[in-house]
Design a protein around this ligand. Structure first.
Ligand SMILES: [Zn+2]
Ligand SMILES: [Zn+2]
Ligand SMILES: [Zn+2]
Length: 149
C-alpha cells in the first residue's frame, strides 16, 4: 500500500506546485523580484537565457534538498514530494518555455485543446508588459474560457 501512498504524495505535490507557482508569479515575480522577471515580459526577447531563468534555480533547491533527505536511511515520503516538484518543473518548462515561448521548436503544431488553451491564456498574461495589472498567473490550470474555441 505504500506505493499508492507515494503516488498520491507525488500527485498532490504536483497539484500544489501549480498553486505555489501562481502565488510566486503573482506576488514574488510580479512583486519584489520583478527585476528578474521583467525581461521575460519584453516582447521579442532573443537571448538564450533570461534573467527569469533564475526561478528554475530557485525551485530546484527545495527539490534537491527533498531528494537528499528523502533517501536518508531508505526512501521516505520526502523523496516523493521532491519528485512531484521535479515533475512539475519539467512540465512547466515543456509548457511555458517550449510550447508557448518556443525556446525549442518542439510540438509547434499541436491540436490539443488543452495545450492551445494554456497557450492562449499565457499570451494574455504577456499582453501586460508591466509589473501591475497582470492576469493568468497560472500555467497548467487556467480559466475554462480559454479552452473554448
Ligand atoms: Zn509574469
Ligand atoms: Zn511567459
Ligand atoms: Zn505579467
Amino acid at each position: 500500500m505504500m506505493v499508492l501512498l507515494y503516488i498520491a504524495i507525488t500527485l498532490l505535490t504536483f497539484v500544489c506546485m501549480e498553486a505555489v507557482t501562481w502565488l510566486t508569479h503573482r506576488f514574488v515575480m510580479h512583486g519584489f523580484m520583478w527585476y528578474f522577471h521583467e525581461d521575460h515580459h519584453q516582447p521579442k526577447y532573443q537571448n538564450t537565457f533570461e534573467r527569469n531563468d533564475i526561478f528554475f534555480v530557485i525551485f530546484a533547491i527545495p527539490s534537491i534538498l527533498l531528494f537528499y533527505f528523502g533517501v536518508d536511511g531508505g526512501v521516505n515520503y520526502l523523496f516523493f514530494i521532491g519528485l512531484g516538484v521535479l515533475l512539475y518543473g519539467i512540465s512547466y518548462f515543456l509548457v511555458h518555455d517550449v510550447l508557448i515561448h518556443q525556446r525549442f521548436k518542439w510540438f509547434k503544431k499541436t491540436k490539443n485543446k488543452y495545450l492551445i488553451g494554456l497557450r492562449k491564456a499565457h499570451k494574455v498574461h504577456h499582453k501586460h508588459l508591466g509589473k501591475e495589472d497582470g492576469e493568468c498567473f497560472g500555467m497548467l490550470f487556467v480559466p475554462f474560457k480559454y479552452f473554448k474555441i
